[in-house]
Design a binder for this molecule. Structure first.
Ligand code: UTP
Length: 290
């Protein structure tokens, strides 16, 4: 079953990036010259997704503005010989058909995903968290979509092994090998486990393919960790009726929703940049020697 739609939950309060995120959505913070959210939409578009639902809230309208045309600015740039810049600005607005829905109360990731019920209907769909940026050869969401599509549109969760210390901030999965290396059958999962509760060091890192069944599951679960409707709990309740898979994806993931992750992404993207990279590397080497 072909996956055509994606949902990007971006309605979190971004408290780890305060005070900046009091008025600037964390998804709009720039990684070099583009906002974080653009990298995520580019990943979905590169995977062949055409329709994207952004779940936002009342303080995130800068995102709708960003993915709109801005004719006065484009004309000004063109008139002053900056046609490349004008094209780049327009390109962002043409990456995909972007739709918006608001999560009126911040009640957790599962609650945010539930806002997509009408947009999705009953088909498998991609989920990309709005603050997790990936660097990979093949778009990470495409790696999951391929596994899901090979397996009849099943749930596919993007995982990597994380340290014991990090696991407490993520989820932990109980997995069994399949005939394909890097693809596992999911047997159980738990959100934010204690050391005693962990199943393995595999954690879900910001990318999912979910089935339409998730909406029914989310309707029937109680608030979990932190009193929020947890997506992990919804997925767990589908295990009884649906086979699901974990994909140990190729690529590096950056959590730009916290200061350390944002800095790592900024430095590494700068080092890889064709114009900035060489000079920035020299600069870093210089200050590290001093
Ligand atoms: P995070 O926990 O990383 O984001 O949620 P947050 O809640 O903004 O972070 P802090 O802890 O306050 O800094 C994971 C993803 O779920 C979305 C976030 O926008 C992020 O993409 N989310 C979270 C929602 O859309 N709604 C929610 O109610 C909670």
């Amino acid at each position: 079953m072909k996956i055509r739609k994606a949902v990007i939950p971006a309605a979190g309060l971004g408290t780890r990036m305060l005070p900046a995120t009091k008025t600037i959505p964390k998804e709009m913070l720039p990684l070099l010259d583009k906002p974080v959210i653009q990298y995520i939409i580019e990943e979905a578009a590169a995977a062949g997704i055409e329709d994207i639902l952004l779940v936002t809230n009342r303080s995130k309208s800068a995102m709708d503005d960003y993915f709109d045309y801005f004719p006065e600015l484009e004309q000004r740039l063109e008139r002053s010989g900056k046609a490349d810049q004008a094209e780049e600005i327009r390109r962002a607005a043409d990456l995909a058909n972007i739709f918006y829905v608001r999560q009126k109360e911040t009640k957790g990731l599962g609650h945010a995903i539930y806002r997509a019920k009408r947009f999705i209907g009953n088909e498998p769909f991609a989920v990309l968290l709005g603050d997790d940026v990936m660097f990979s050869d093949t778009p990470v969401i495409k790696q999951l979509m391929d596994v899901s599509e090979e397996r009849g549109g099943a749930t596919a969760l993007g995982v990597q092994a994380v340290s014991d210390a990090a696991l407490a901030s993520y989820s932990s999965l109980k997995v069994a090998e399949t005939d394909k290396s890097g693809v596992f059958k999911v047997e159980d999962l738990i959100e934010k486990p204690t050391a005693k509760q962990k199943f393995s060091n595999y954690a879900i890192l910001g990318r999912y393919v979910l089935t339409g069944g998730i909406f029914n599951a989310l309707e029937n679960i109680q608030p979990g960790y932190g009193g929020e409707i947890q997506l992990t709990d919804g997925i767990r309740s589908q295990l009884a009726s649906e086979a699901m898979y974990a994909v140990d994806f190729e690529g590096k993931r950056y959590d730009t929703g916290n200061q350390r992750g944002f800095l790592e992404a900024t430095v590494e993207f700068a080092l890889r940049d064709s114009e900035l990279g060489a000079g920035f590397r020299e600069y870093l080497q210089g200050i590290l020697k001093a």
